[in-house]
Design a protein around this ligand. Structure first.
Ligand code: ADP
Length: 275
């Protein structure tokens, strides 16, 4: 078929061919413009989030340095004190040190909470001994809370987990600290590691105030705090469990709680098993 006949045939089939082509081209141009706009908006959003994170990072760094220097001065003062004054002053210094640790902890939670909210909390994955982590975390808890009865029950097969050891210990410490914080009555905490159906499961049990059933899932939300008389008195930001949930999600694991108000709670999380 010649070109001329082809054009005639096209005209017979699509009498408005030129208009159609014009519409399609215009639509294409509109789509390209919209795509460019969206790309620009996305790049601007990314850069805003990046500068927000950079700012928080810088602010946290600025806040942490004087805290570290203050801690060093406190330790120096403690060492230089004369024997007679030591008793009263050392106890004041220890109390100040505890407050500084609280500030450092809050600063870290704010930074991790911001990262978890932005999805920029990173984990460095490696094989590690989960029982060893449990032993370290439990030893720290026992040293800080001598009034608590503690129980450590580790899986006898000494399972190797795959994950970021530091971050997983952060989750364990958080659950253990919460167990202590929210147990005004019976002072009991248990930490258990188990290999269950090809996954490592870690459980923290307490006999504390517990959480009403309809509020149990919300405790993993950002800034959520259970609104009970007892709970209100305990200081906190409502960020710890939100950060824990993000860390466990990054490990393709699961996190949950079962609890009875007035009887206690059992927080658990699962992790990939390596062997
Ligand atoms: P924070 O302790 O700073 O408030 P979290 O995110 O760690 O923040 O916990 C969220 C809320 O979940 C707490 O405010 C508390 O009400 C509840 N919660 C957490 N752990 C326990 C626990 N072991 N027993 C009772 N309530 C708990």
């Amino acid at each position: 078929m010649t070109l001329k006949r082809l054009a005639m045939r096209r005209h017979q089939l699509f009498p408005n061919y030129r208009i159609l082509v014009k519409h399609v081209r215009e639509q294409e141009l509109r789509d390209q413009r919209r795509l460019r706009e969206l790309e620009l908006k996305y790049a601007q959003q990314l850069s805003r989030e990046k500068s927000h994170e950079d700012f928080v990072h810088m602010a946290v760094h600025e806040l942490k340095s004087p805290v570290t220097v203050l801690k060093a001065y406190l330790q120096m003062m403690g060492m230089k004190l004369s024997r007679e004054e030591q008793h009263t002053l050392l106890s004041t210094i220890e109390k100040m040190d505890v407050q500084l640790d609280r500030i450092t902890h809050l600063i870290s939670d704010l930074l991790d909470g911001t990262r978890a909210g932005l999805g920029t909390l990173h984990c460095l994955m490696n094989d590690f001994d989960i029982n060893e982590s449990a032993r370290v975390c439990m030893a720290n808890l026992k040293a800080a809370h001598t009034d608590f009865v503690t129980e450590l029950d580790t899986d006898p097969s000494e399972p190797v987990a795959y994950g970021d050891r530091e971050r997983i210990e952060q989750v364990m410490n958080n659950l253990l600290t919460n167990a202590v914080k929210y147990s005004p009555g019976e002072k009991y905490v248990k930490l258990q590691t188990r290999l269950v159906e090809g996954q490592i499961v870690v459980k923290v049990t307490d006999h504390g105030m517990g959480i009403p059933e309809h509020k149990q899932q919300q405790v993993f939300d950002q800034f959520y705090r259970v609104d009970t008389d007892g709970g209100k008195k305990v200081p906190g930001l409502g960020l710890g469990l939100f950060i824990c949930a993000d860390i466990i999600r990054k490990h393709s694991g699961q996190i949950g709680v079962s609890s009875r108000e007035g009887e206690g709670s059992e927080f658990w999380f699962s992790l990939p098993y390596r062997g």
